[in-house]
Design a protein around this ligand. Structure first.
Ligand code: DUC
Ligand code: ZN
Ligand code: ZN
Length: 489
C-alpha cells in the first residue's frame, strides 16, 4: 500500500480503545480505518494529535430528539441541533427514540422519524422504537418489519398511563423481540406506587417541583426492575434496563447478570452529579432538574460509581430529553402548575463524555479504557453497530480527538443545543473533545462545526449479541423437562 493512499492521517496522538492505550498513527481511506501503525506518512489531510487522546467517537445510546412526549410536548432539539450538540460532546453517532403513540402504526412512526432525521443529522444515527400499543398487527407484522430494517431495539414503559404496557403486554413484546433477536429496553418504575404518591402529595398541597423527587420512590424503581427482569427470565429474552438511578436497582442488575440472565443496563451522569436538593429552588426553577426516574442523593451516587467500576453497567448514557425552561417546554402547561404537569427530562448530550471523563478518568475512578467501553464500545456491541466503537483496520473512522488537560467551566454556550439552560452550568470539567470525525469526515474541527446538515447516515443495526449470556430456563417452559406443554417461545 502506498503511503499516499490515505485520505486522512491522524498522527502523533495516543490511541485509547476499550482495551489498550498506545501511541500510533491512524490512516483513513474511504471513510474507514485502513491502517494503524507506529508512523504513517502521506494522507491528503494530516491531523496533528500530539498531546491529544484519540478515542472512538462516542455512541449516544439514549437521547430524545424531535420527539413528542405522550402529552404532546416536543423536545427542543431536532436532528440538526441534537446531532450538532452530540458532536461537540465527542459523539460520532447516536440512537434516539422513535416514539409510537397509541393507535399509530410503527411503519408511520419510522417514516416520520426518517423525515426528521435524514435531512438534518450531522452524525450517523439509528432509532430505538418506543412501543406503547402492542396490538396484534404491531407484534406480528410491524415490529418484525422494523427489525428487518435494522431497528433492532425498542423501549417499553412500566409507568405513565399513556405508555405503560402492563405485565402481559411486556411478556408479549419480550417474546417477539426474543424470536427476532431484538432487544427490549425498559423504563422500570411502578406506575401505581407513583400515582399513589402523587395523590398523597396533592392532598397536602405539596406540588412544587421538588416533590417530583419524592413522588417517584426508590422502591418504585427497585420493584419494577425486579419485575421486568423476572418477566424477561420467564421467556428467556434479553432485556436492557435504562436510566438506573438506585443502589437497589443496580444490585438486582448485578446479581441477575452474574446468574447469566441476558441482561444489560445503563446509568446516566445526572444520577452521579445531581441530588434531589437540586430540585429545591425558588419558584419553578427546580423544574429544570426534573427527570424520571428522579435524581437521588450522595450515597446513591457513591453506590452507582461502585457499580460502574465493577462493570454492572454496560454504558453511561445522557438521556438527553431537552425541554426549555419556557412555555414550549417545562412551562408548557403554565408557569405555576403542579409537578405532574411538567415535562420530565433534562439536556446533557454534549456533557455526557466530558463530564464522565473529568469525574471518572481525571479523578481516578475509572480508567480511560473503561471510559471508552462505557461511552462507545459496549453500545456498539449491544446495539449491533458492528463497524463502530473501536479503532482498528476495517472500522468506520469514527474518532474523537481530545485535549485531556483542557479545563473549562461549563456554560450554556458549550452545549450547542437549542436549550436555554444546562443542569451542569458552572461545573469545572477537565478534558474536552476538540475534533470529531464520522466515517472519516470532519464534523467538528478544533471546536468549530464543519459538517453540512444531513450528512449523517442511517445505520441499519445487527441483532443483539448474546455471547456469554446463557440465559435462564423456567422449568415450565423447558422442553427438556417434558411437562407435555410445548409453549416455549
Ligand atoms: N424517560 C426517559 O427515558 N427520558 C425522559 C423521561 C422518561 O420518563
Ligand atoms: Zn424512561
Ligand atoms: Zn430517556
Amino acid at each position: 500500500m502506498s503511503d499516499f493512499a490515505f485520505d486522512t492521517v491522524i498522527h502523533g496522538g495516543t490511541i485509547v480503545t476499550a482495551t489498550d492505550t498506545y501511541k500510533a498513527d491512524i490512516g483513513i481511506r474511504d471513510g474507514r480505518i485502513a491502517a494503524v501503525a507506529e508512523s504513517l506518512a502521506g494522507g491528503t489531510k494530516r491531523i496533528d494529535a500530539t498531546g491529544r487522546l484519540v478515542m472512538p467517537g462516542g455512541i449516544e445510546g439514549h437521547a430524545h430528539i424531535a420527539q413528542e412526549s405522550s402529552t404532546k410536548i416536543m423536545t427542543a432539539d431536532d436532528y440538526y441541533t441534537g446531532s450538532v450538540s452530540a458532536a461537540f460532546g465527542g459523539n460520532s453517532s447516536f440512537i434516539p427514540f422513535a416514539a409510537q403513540h397509541r393507535g399509530q402504526s410503527l411503519d408511520d412512526v419510522v417514516a416520520i422519524y426518517d423525515e426528521r432525521a435524514a435531512p438534518n443529522s450531522v452524525i450517523d444515527y439509528s432509532y430505538h422504537l418506543i412501543v406503547s400499543d402492542p396490538s396484534p398487527e404491531v407484534l406480528e407484522e410491524q415490529l418484525p418489519r422494523a427489525f428487518a430494517r435494522g431497528i433492532t431495539s425498542f423501549k417499553v414503559f412500566m409507568t405513565y398511563d399513556l405508555l405503560n404496557l402492563g405485565d402481559g403486554g411486556m411478556l408479549d413484546v419480550l417474546t417477539v423481540a426474543k424470536t427476532h433477536g431484538a432487544l427490549t429496553m425498559v423504563h422500570a418504575e411502578n406506575n401505581d406506587m407513583v400515582k399513589w404518591m402523587n395523590k398523597r402529595l396533592a392532598a397536602k398541597g405539596l406540588t412544587a417541583p421538588k416533590y417530583h423527587a419524592i413522588s417517584r420512590p426508590e422502591l418504585a424503581e427497585e420493584e419494577a426492575i425486579n419485575r421486568a427482569v423476572t418477566l424477561a427470565k420467564l421467556v428467556d429474552a434479553p432485556l436492557f434496563v435504562v436510566h438506573v438511578s438506585t443502589e437497589a436497582g443496580a444490585a438486582i442488575i448485578r446479581r441477575e447478570t452474574q446468574a447469566g440472565v441476558k441482561l444489560f443496563a445503563e446509568t446516566c451522569p445526572q444520577y452521579l452529579a445531581l441530588t434531589r436538593e437540586d430540585l429545591d429552588r425558588p419558584g419553578m426553577e427546580g423544574a429544570k432538574f426534573m427527570c424520571s426516574p428522579p435524581v437521588r442523593d450522595a450515597q446513591t451516587q457513591e453506590a452507582l460509581w461502585r457499580h460502574i467500576q465493577a462493570g454492572t453497567f454496560m454504558s453511561v448514557s445522557s438521556d438527553h430529553a431537552p425541554y426549555r425552561y419556557d412555555e414550549t417546554g417545562k412551562l408548557f402547561n403554565g408557569a405555576d402548575v403542579p409537578y405532574p404537569k411538567i415535562a420530565n427530562g433534562m439536556p446533557g448530550i454534549a456533557m455526557r463524555l466530558p463530564w464522565l471523563f473529568s469525574e471518572g478518568v481525571v479523578k481516578g475512578r475509572i480508567s480511560a479504557n473503561q471510559f471508552v467501553a462505557l461511552t462507545s464500545t459496549n453500545a456498539a456491541k449491544v446495539f449491533g453497530m458492528a463497524r463502530k466503537g473501536s479503532i482498528a483496520p476495517g472500522f468506520d473512522a469514527d474518532i474523537a480527538i481530545w485535549d485531556p488537560n483542557e479545563t473549562r467551566v461549563v456554560s450554556l454556550d458549550d452545549q450547542h443545543d437549542n436549550m436555554d439552560y444546562t443542569p451542569f452550568e458552572g461545573l469545572t470539567v477537565t478534558g474536552w473533545p476538540r475534533t470529531v470525525l464520522n466515517r472519516g469526515e470532519l464534523v467538528v474541527e478544533e471546536r468549530e462545526l464543519v459538517a453540512t446538515r444531513g450528512r449523517g447516515r442511517f445505520v441499519a443495526r445487527d441483532t443483539v449479541d448474546l455471547t456469554g449470556r446463557p440465559g435462564y430456563r423456567a422449568p415450565e417452559l423447558d422442553p427438556a423437562r417434558n411437562f407435555g406443554a410445548d409453549i416455549a417461545p
